[in-house]
Design a binder for this molecule. Structure first.
Ligand SMILES: C[S@@+](CC[C@H](N)C(=O)[O-])C[C@H]1O[C@@H](n2cnc3c(N)ncnc32)[C@H](O)[C@@H]1O
Length: 278
């Protein structure tokens, strides 16, 4: 997908992502905490947050680094970054900056950050190696980069099955290995190889089962339709009737994850971190 189309895709999803961000933040919280710890984020640190979205993890990092530290949130979508600025202001945080940029084109001062983070972004980039190389340039020698990605379709059934349905209705093939996609970096060994190929050392990994619990399947569907940019993009360019039929089938599928107490979608993420050689 061309960069302009990626930007358009996420500009379209930004209002929905901002609306559902508290839900997403709660869902991913154990992995977010691990990501900040594995990136060695400490008071006074300068942190780069790549593909920040509406910034819930930006704000968590900003609280960790405190008044003497700084967090730069970067994203391809300016609308996402507007939400970051608004939220930082509302939270009384004055140590947050923003930079609109595609990850692959990131242009920041060399070796000016102590650490970098990227939550649920790297697997979506057309060139994750270029993005990691940009992070490697940005952090100081010995600095850490920590990322969160989804693992496999098998461990993320409530995410994988809707994607299959949408692709089938749109007449599109699933991404082949090496292509961007929600599960492109989650198989065993893939992220470790990517970090190592980009010149990082000491790769650490932790896996978290993070079932998504919501009031109902209808609510999960609403979030997926409004906020999940990669899903919206699959059916973004098909006729209205096809799009409606695809989402109707997704709705029925999500109902299979309803329990007596509400919706529970199995999900799993991987937190991986590595260092730039000192
Ligand atoms: C799934 S959201 C995750 C947002 C945030 N990190 C979070 O966890 O809440 C993916 C984000 O990646 C951004 N993005 C997608 N492709 C990008 C690219 N090539 N360069 C920079 N940002 C990108 C989108 O705009 C979106 O904000």
């Amino acid at each position: 997908m061309r960069q302009a189309d990626v930007r358009k895709q996420w500009e379209g999803a930004a209002p929905g992502w901002a609306k559902w961000e508290t839900t997403v933040a709660g869902w991913i919280e154990p992995a977010t905490i691990a990501m900040l710890v594995m990136a060695d984020i400490a008071p006074g640190a300068r942190v780069l947050d790549l593909a920040s979205g509406a910034g819930s993890q930006t704000l968590s990092a900003a609280r960790e680094v405190g008044a003497h530290g700084h967090v730069l949130a970067s994203d391809i979508s300016e609308t996402m970054l507007r939400h970051v600025r608004e939220r930082a202001r509302a939270a009384g945080l004055t140590n947050v900056g923003t930079l609109a940029s595609a990850a692959e084109d990131l242009d920041v001062e060399r070796e000016s950050f102590d650490a970098a983070i990227c939550r649920l972004g790297l697997m979506l980039f057309a060139e994750p190696a270029m993005a990691l190389a940009a992070l490697r340039r940005a952090v100081k020698p010995g600095g850490k980069v920590a990322v969160v990605v989804f693992t496999t379709p098998q461990s993320n059934a409530f995410m994988a099955k809707p994607m299959q349905i949408l692709l089938r209705h749109a007449g599109k093939a699933p991404p082949s290995p090496g292509q961007p996609g929600i599960f492109s970096l989650g198989a065993s060994g893939v992220i470790e190889r990517l970090f190592t190929d980009c010149g990082f050392v000491g790769v650490e990994q932790r896996t978290f089962a993070i079932p998504l619990r919501m009031a109902s399947a209808a609510q999960a569907l609403e979030m997926m339709r409004e906020a999940f940019g990669a899903y919206r993009a699959v059916v973004g360019d098909v006729p209205e009737a096809v799009r409606l039929a695809a989402w109707a089938e997704v709705a029925a599928m999500l109902e299979t994850f309803e329990t007596a107490t509400g919706f529970e979608g199995p999900a799993e993420v991987l937190v991986a971190a590595a260092s730039k050689p000192a």
